[in-house]
Each structure stands twice: as structure tokens, then as C-alpha cells.
Design a protein around this ligand. Structure first.
Ligand code: ARG
Length: 595
């Protein structure tokens, strides 16, 4: 038969046995244990409910159809237990698929998003405050999801929904005018803004309430469009964005738009009017609320009793704007888990307002602690993101220097890091910080620990970067030995990194076959990570793949093997290198060729 995909064959079998049913979700999953074969299909069990039949009976009917139309590349096919279909494929088929993977411009990542748009709302810090270590999760997780969706072919709009409006600006404007020196005002930084906020907020708590009233008056002036206050506000925002961008540049994060909450100021009244018109919003104690008790989501305020709008109103105005402007297939919001109720509430209101064509997704993440302690101002460990990143580079530099300076060749300039060493330390340090977050399911609470993040062994960013650098040096060595020739193609030598090598794959040992099958799972894994919004699915896969590669590498001589085996093994190494670096880039982690 013409079908050369396992899933195509399986689907055809299910459809032939039970015509008129939808089997578009039938999957061949990697076998949990190699003794059952290479893949298993559990869809007979899944179909039992809809078909009202015992799974084993379904599996038998499907098995008979599939067996009658079994393609050559299925080496062994068995029906087991309550209805599992166990599949063993031929080594030739794996080899051919790997050769195709090596030649594929997308490294096997299915282009399921082609022609569709998705908005990803992440990082979104509040203006006039320095980013601290608590902001890293939204930035790093959001950016990985952003990169993964782009790789699947989606048109991604990365939007930084800054907290750039609200009562804090009254406090800030008053503080700026009266709590800062002229010099501080002239050289305004986010640190100065933070300082004047703290001072002004403290004064606003004073007994007589005069300062508080003055802050409120500044806020009202701002809201009414007073030119001086608007200019000040604009300056605060520009300075904040400048400071955030400095962090984003270090982290390799780029946004398409920076539309903060203020962008929606003018459209909020219309949204509220529509809610009233539809009978969704009703007056209650002077405020306007949407009652969501029927869904056990409590009550959402959409206009406060003082006439002001709030977070819910602004997110409703924002979704309207995004839907009208981009017609996205979905919008993904990455924030901490404490905002879950907020998102459930307004997603529900949006559905009632008729925004049903767009999938709204909240990706909540857990808290981060530091060295076993909760991060809080009270603990005194509210570490600035800037400081965390600087510390990461400092620590990574120690590792880099230790590796490049050997004990018996005293290096007088050992303390003086070269630009190359610093660049390497940045790649390792930032990679370590990102990976220590991305290797966990977003919803779990995590503890940041330097030793674990920077470990060269174990599930860490540096371990994976190091694995990649080793593949590169192996390929370089091979290139030197062969005068740079590899079959008909030139080997990528001289630190150009691991690009896949064209040609035939031979899988002569079980571990090579296992590694080959694992590499074929790269594309499906990227898709799975996207579908469940968990970069950790990809991180887990990369770690497992690196471990498998390491056992292959330990057990299989490469450069010393006879030419045909040597070349085939080099191809497998190069493909591993390509998969690893593509995967790490999707997590926002750089892959230096040498460490
Ligand atoms: N600025 C908010 C915060 O710091 C996050 C905004 C998330 N995005 C949104 N559309 N609500 O928690």
C-alpha cells in the first residue's frame, strides 16, 4: 500500500472497520517498553465508549483490517491485552525517516499553524518598578511558548501587556514632584521611580490624609488628560520600557507590541455599555457587576462605585481589540496562578458577549522561591532580575575559566576574562536560569537553586549545552581526520556547529535504533508541548534524548569504526546535534559550539 505513515495506516484500518466514525485522533505512541515493540496504539480502548463495544472486540476488528493491508515497513504487528495494538517497524523504515528528518527544513516540526494567528500575552510587568526575580517566569515560559508556536508555523503576535495605568501614577507624580532631588529628576531611572513611589506611598498613609488627597488629585488630572501629567506619565513609561528592554535583550526576548492597559482606556466605556445592553452587567451598591454565581465564579466588578474601571474591564476591552485587529485562532495569557479566578471570570464574560470563535487560554504558573525561602520584600530576598542575571554570568564565568585554564599551565591573565569567555558565560548563565524554570511543569512551585541550575551533570541547561558542544567537537575531529570530506559533502568543521549530514542512516545496534526512534519523536513532542502549553514537555524530551545519546556514544566506537559504519554513526550524531540545538533554541537557550 502507498501509505508510508503508521498513523495513516492505523486510521485507515479503524475507518474500514467502523465506517462513519471520526478517527482523526488515532495515534501511534512510542511503546512504553521495548519488549512490546516500537509503537503502541491505544485507540481501541479510547473508542469503546462511543462505539459501545468491549475494547478487545474493537481491536480485533481493526486488527483484522490492518493485518490484511499491512505495509512492508511494519515488521511485527500484535494484538495484546484488553486491546492494545503493538507495532514494530523495520530498521530500514526508521533509517529512511531519519534521512528525511535530516533533510527537512523544519526538523520534523509539523506546520500545523500555517495560516493561523495566535496572540501571546506574556511578561507584562507593571511600569515604574524594576523587574525582580518573580517576573522571570512569565517572561521565560511565555517566550518559550512564543518560539514553539512560531516553529509550528503560526503567525505569532507577542504582546507585552504592561501594567501602565492605575492609582499608582497619582502617587508617582506627586512623589516625583516632591520626593526627588533636581538631579534625580533630571536623570530619571526606574530605580529613582521606585524610590519616589515608596516615599510617596508612605506619606499617603499619614494621619491627616492631605498627601493622599493630593495624589488622588494628580491622578484625576492625569485621567482628564492634563498635558503636564500626561507628559510625566509618558516619561515614566518610556523609562520603564527602556529598562525592561535591557532585560529582554539579555534574555533574547522580543515583543511585537507593547500595548499596556492604558491602550484600552478609550474603549472600556463601550464595553461596559454593551454589557449593560446585553443585560449581563447590573448595578450593585453603586458598582456595576456581572454575576457569575451560576458557574461558581462569584461576582466580577466591571465598573467600580467611583466610576473607575478595573482589570476585568481592561481585559475585556483588550480581547475585543485583539479579535478585531488580528482575528487570532487563540490568545494565550501567561501569568501567575493567583490570577486564575480573574481569567476564569472574564473568559466566561467574553463567551457570553459572543467571543466564541477565539480560544482563550490562561497558562498559570506556580510561585518561585529562592534557596528554599519564599520571595518577598519581608524576607529581604526580592532579588532584582538584573542582579540575578549578573550573578548567573559571574558564576558561569568561573566554570568557563576553570575549563579553559589548566592547572599545569599557569595563566597570569586568569582573572582577566576575555570577551569570548564573557560571551560564553552569558550563554551558559542565562541558559541555566531559563532551563531551571522550563524543566518544570509551569503550574508547579519551584525553588531556584544555583548549584542545580549550573550543574554540568544532571538535568540542567549547561549539561545540554555541553552535550551539544561535544557533538560539534566530534564532527570537527572527523572533519580534520578526513581532510574535511564526508562522502560527497564537506563536514561542518571549524566550529560551525552540527548541521545534519545528508546520506544513508544505518542502524546496526539496538541502541542506535532506539536513538533513531527517539529523534523521530522530536516533531510530535514540539506539537505536544504547544498543545498543552508546557515547555517542560520539550525540556524532558531533550534531556532524555541527550541521555540516550550519551549511552550510544559510550557504547559505540565512531571515528575508529570501518568507514560505512563510521559515516552512518556520524550522521546520527549530527542529527542528534541538530535536534538538540533546535529544541534548545525553542526554549530560548543558546548553543555554543565549544564550552
Ligand atoms: N500586569 C499584570 C501583572 O503584573 C499581568 C498582565 C497579564 N495580562 C493580561 N492581559 N491580564 O500581574
Amino acid at each position: 500500500m502507498a501509505c508510508d505513515s503508521i498513523e495513516g495506516w492505523l486510521k485507515a484500518g479503524f475507518e474500514a472497520a467502523f465506517p462513519g466514525n471520526d478517527f482523526s485522533n488515532v495515534r501511534a505512541l512510542p511503546a512504553t517498553d521495548a519488549k512490546f515493540g516500537d509503537f503502541q496504539c491505544n485507540d481501541a480502548l479510547a473508542a469503546a465508549k462511543t462505539l459501545h463495544m468491549p475494547p478487545r472486540k474493537i481491536a480485533e476488528a481493526v486488527f483484522a483490517r490492518l493485518e490484511a493491508d499491512r505495509p512492508d515497513f511494519i515488521a511485527k504487528f500484535e494484538l495484546a491485552g484488553p486491546g492494545f495494538l503493538n507495532i514494530t517497524v523495520s530498521t530500514d523504515w526508521i533509517a529512511a525517516r531519519l534521512a528525511a528528518l535530516a533533510a527537512d527544513a523544519h526538523t520534523g516540526i509539523p506546520q500545523t499553524g500555517a495560516g493561523q494567528r495566535v496572540v501571546i500575552d506574556y511578561s507584562s510587568p507593571n511600569a515604574a518598578k524594576q523587574m525582580h526575580i518573580g517576573h522571570i517566569r512569565s517572561t521565560v515560559i511565555g517566550n518559550a511558548i512564543d518560539r514553539i508556536y512560531r516553529a509550528l508555523g503560526y503567525g505569532v503576535i507577542a504582546d507585552n501587556h504592561l501594567g501602565d495605568w492605575g492609582t499608582q501614577f497619582g502617587i508617582l507624580i506627586k512623589g516625583y514632584r516632591e520626593c526627588l532631588t533636581q538631579e534625580e529628576r533630571d536623570n530619571l531611572t526606574v530605580a529613582n521611580l521606585e524610590k519616589c513611589y515608596v516615599l510617596s506611598a508612605a506619606k499617603a498613609k499619614e494621619e491627616d490624609g492631605a498627601w493622599k488627597e493630593a495624589c488622588k488629585a494628580e491622578l484625576v488630572k492625569l485621567q482628564q488628560g492634563d498635558a503636564d501629567n500626561l507628559a510625566l506619565w509618558k516619561r515614566f513609561i518610556d523609562i520603564s520600557i527602556g529598562e525592561f528592554d535591557r532585560m529582554y535583550a539579555k534574555l533574547g526576548v522580543k515583543f511585537d507590541t507593547y500595548r499596556g492597559e492604558s491602550y484600552y482606556n478609550d474603549t472600556m466605556p463601550g464595553v461596559v455599555a454593551k454589557l449593560q445592553e446585553m443585560g449581563l452587567a447590573v448595578e450593585s451598591e453603586g458598582a456595576l457587576i456581572v454575576n457569575l454565581e451560576a458557574e461558581k465564579l462569584g461576582v466580577a466588578i466591571v465598573r467600580k462605585s467611583d466610576g473607575g474601571y478595573n482589570y476585568t474591564t481592561s481585559d475585556l476591552a483588550c480581547v475585543k481589540s485583539r479579535v478585531e485587529e488580528y482575528s487570532p485562532e487563540r490568545i494565550i495569557y501567561v501569568t501567575d496562578a493567583r490570577q486564575q479566578l480573574h481569567f476564569r471570570q472574564w473568559f466566561s464574560i467574553a463567551a457570553k458577549m459572543g467571543y466564541s470563535g477565539v480560544k482563550l487560554v490562561h497558562v498559570p504558573f506556580g510561585l518561585m522561591s529562592y534557596g528554599g525561602k519564599a520571595i518577598s520584600t519581608r524576607e529581604g530576598n526580592l532579588i532584582k532580575l538584573d542582579e540575578l542575571l549578573a550573578e548567573a554570568v559571574r558564576r558561569a564565568l568561573e566554570i568557563v575559566k576553570a575549563r579553559t585554564t589548566t592547572g599545569d599551565t599557569p595563566n597570569p591573565a586568569a582573572d582577566q576574562a576575555t570577551p569570548a569567555q564573557i560571551s560564553l558565560a552569558e550563554q551558559i548563565g542565562y541558559g541555566a536560569v531559563k532551563y531551571s524554570d522550563l524543566s518544570h511543569d509551569p503550574i508547579t512551585d519551584i525553588d531556584f537553586n544555583w548549584d542545580k541550575a549550573l550543574a554540568l551533570e544532571g538535568n540542567s541547561g549547561p549539561y545540554l549545552q555541553y552535550a551539544y558542544a561535544r557533538v560539534c567537537s566530534l564532527l570537527d575531529k572527523a572533519a580534520e581526520g578526513e581532510g574535511g570530506r564526508f562522502g560527497e559533502a564537506a563536514l561542518p568543521s571549524g566550529g560551525r556547529g552540527a548541521t545534519a549530514l545528508p546520506g544513508e542512516m544505518l542502524l546496526s545496534t539496538p541502541i542506535e535504533k532506539q536513538l533513531g526512534l527517539q529523534l523521530l519523536q522530536f516533531g510530535p513532542t514540539v506539537l505536544r508541548a504547544a498543545e498543552c502549553y508546557k515547555p517542560s514537555v520539550l525540556a524532558d524530551y531533550l534531556f532524555q534524548t541527550a541521555q540516550l545519546y550519551s549511552s550510544f556514544y559510550q557504547r559505540s566506537p565512531i571515528l575508529k569504526s570501518e568507514p560505512a559504519v563510521r559515516d552512518a554513526r556520524l550522521r546520527l550524531c549530527a542529527l542528534f546535534g541538530k535536534v538538540l540545538s533546535t529544541g534548545l533554541h525553542l526554549l530560548g537557550i543558546e548553543t555554543p559550539n565549544r564550552i
